[in-house]
Ligand binder design. Structure first.
Ligand code: NG1
Length: 512
């Protein structure tokens, strides 16, 4: 395996961040290491680092098996670590005094550590990454760990602070136990780990956090094979810049999971089952809308195509037609209507889809969810195609910018009207952003609050941010200082993925 398949280790944070961010990051790393020493009385051996992400396009389709296009951001989770061979205890502190210090002990090779997902405690995320990594490493006596965390990804904002945390704790646990798994393995461990904290998530965030490269977004394919491809944005004139703005509506995905996130996962799974039944594909047991699509085209003819993109477009367009024909109840299904439609009893349906992650609803919106998933997958493919077809000299930048912006706007409309994962503030903020000059603006991440991402001409970025501050933030939050405002709206360049920072070999008084 090439070096690129493993998390890079660096002695210099210049390898991690863009030049303009280095002075603030040097200060941050220095403070983290000093604080570590003042808490524990000795030096950290290394810092594990994994970033948050902003999803450019492709919302709520990763768990339906379709590709997405996120990029890592320079806001990240750092965990400074020292180890000991004297015990297998883990101490976790946070530089932010809001988060109280926690401690737990490794139980045994099978149980590792208990996580109570009914108690919403910040250290659960650490435990989740720790547990997932040790399940894979199968150690009898893992190293004891002293940890100090510093997170700069806003939480509940759709920038994936939870995944950044879980990925970092998995990596910290791996390095503390002197192992070196591949990035692919770490991603799969982090995806499984995050499910310990109560959401039945897809794999976009962990992949973006671990695998991203600076200067590019990442096209992530999950099915039939997990694969990532860096996608460079077109070199338009003016250049493209992405601005993230936080609605300040905090969406706690874990708390709302039974009526929001996990319910959507169930609705897309039942949509797949219903389509599979109608298309006589049940024998093959497809689980996701992507699997239904692939199976359908193993036996049905499709128009000849000249490129992979064209094949995607033909297939997804056909699936949208089939959804229109075959999912008849536009207004949604009750549990009993749904059971009848898929040919199962209510109990069977419940056991299959709703027992592990409980959900609460009277109506399941199967049709609108399926329309969103297939149409959003189509937008991702088109977005990638516009990027890749415009890598050389660009004749008409305006046209390219309009095409990309339009796809982002359509994504927002679909999230609002078909997936029902937007909210009043997200709708308002995306409108303000478009009026302020964004080519496209949409919610990013799970939605129901959190952040928007807007594509803005780089030469207008400053004016754009000022206008949005004036139109959205200053009227709503008149007491915000300039520093607070800069924390809720900021531009974001594609950033590098996970790193291990090891400045020197610290002398560990506990003989780690
Ligand atoms: P965020 O925004 O981090 O909650 C969630 C899921 C993603 C993806 C998006 C919606 C997790 C860890 N993350 O992201 O996999 O489904 O929603 O596109 O579950």
């Amino acid at each position: 395996m090439s070096q690129d398949n493993f998390i890079p280790t660096t002695k210099s944070i210049v390898d991690i961040y863009a030049e303009t961010k280095i002075p603030t990051q040097i200060k941050r790393y220095r403070e983290l290491l000093q604080k570590f020493k003042s808490i524990y009385g000795f030096e950290a051996e290394f810092i594990a680092r994994s970033p948050g992400r902003v999803n450019i396009i492709g919302e709520h389709i990763d768990y339906a098996g379709f590709p997405v296009l996120p990029m890592a951001v320079d806001r990240d989770c750092l965990i400074a670590v020292a180890t000991t061979s004297l015990d297998s205890k883990v101490r976790v502190a946070n530089v932010n005094p809001k988060f109280p210090t926690g401690e737990f002990t490794f139980i045994d090779r099978d149980r590792i550590v208990d996580i109570d997902d009914t108690i919403h405690e910040w250290t659960n995320y650490f435990r989740a990454g720790y547990k997932g990594m040790l399940e894979s490493l199968k150690l009898e006596k893992p190293a004891g760990m002293f940890c100090l965390m510093d997170g700069s990804v806003p939480s509940g904002a759709g920038m994936s602070s939870s995944s950044a945390f879980v990925c970092t704790s998995s990596i910290a646990t791996m390095v503390a136990n002197k192992k070196n798994l591949s990035k692919n393995d770490i991603v799969q461990i982090a995806i499984a780990s995050e499910r310990y904290v109560g959401t039945n998530g897809g794999g976009m965030d962990q992949t973006a956090s671990v695998m991203s490269h600076a200067d590019a977004a990442t096209f992530i394919e999950f099915h039939p094979k997990f694969h990532t491809t860096p996608i460079h944005f077109p070199k338009t004139i003016p250049a493209i810049s992405f601005v993230v703005a936080n609605t300040m509506v905090t969406a706690d995905k874990v708390v709302s999971a039974p009526v929001c996130y996990n319910l959507r996962v169930v609705e897309t799974r039942v949509a797949a089952l219903l389509l599979a039944k109608e298309l006589n594909l049940l024998e093959e047991k497809p689980q996701t809308l992507k699997e239904v699509m692939d199976l359908y085209f193993t036996t049905n003819e499709e128009p000849s195509h000249t490129s992979v993109t064209e094949r995607w477009i033909n297939r997804l367009t056909k699936m949208l037609e089939l959804v229109d024909q075959l999912i008849v109840r536009r207004e949604g299904y009750t549990l009993s209507e749904m059971a009848k439609a898929v040919g199962l009893s209510e109990n069977e349906l419940h056991a299959r889809f709703m027992s592990k992650y409980p959900i609460r609803t009277d109506i399941f919106h199967i049709y609108t969810r399926a329309v969103h998933v297939y149409s959003e997958a189509l937008r991702v493919v088109k977005f990638r195609d516009v990027c890749e077809s415009n890598q050389g000299t660009i004749e008409d930048s305006q046209h390219v910018l309009n095409q990309l912006g339009e796809l982002m706007n359509e994504s927002q409309t679909s999230c609002r009207d078909y997936y029902h994962c937007s909210c009043k503030e997200l709708d308002e903020l995306t409108l303000i952003c478009r009026k302020a000059g964004a080519f496209g603006s949409r919610l990013t991440g799970a939605g129901w609050g959190g952040c928007t991402v807007s594509m803005v001409p780089e030469d207008q970025e400053h004016n754009f941010i000022e206008t949005v501050k004036n139109e959205y933030f200053r009227p709503k939050f008149p007491d915000f200082t300039e520093e607070q405002l800069n924390d809720v709206i900021f531009s974001s360049r594609p950033s590098s993925g996970a790193f291990i920072y090891k400045k020197y070999s610290a002398v560990n008084p506990f003989g780690g």
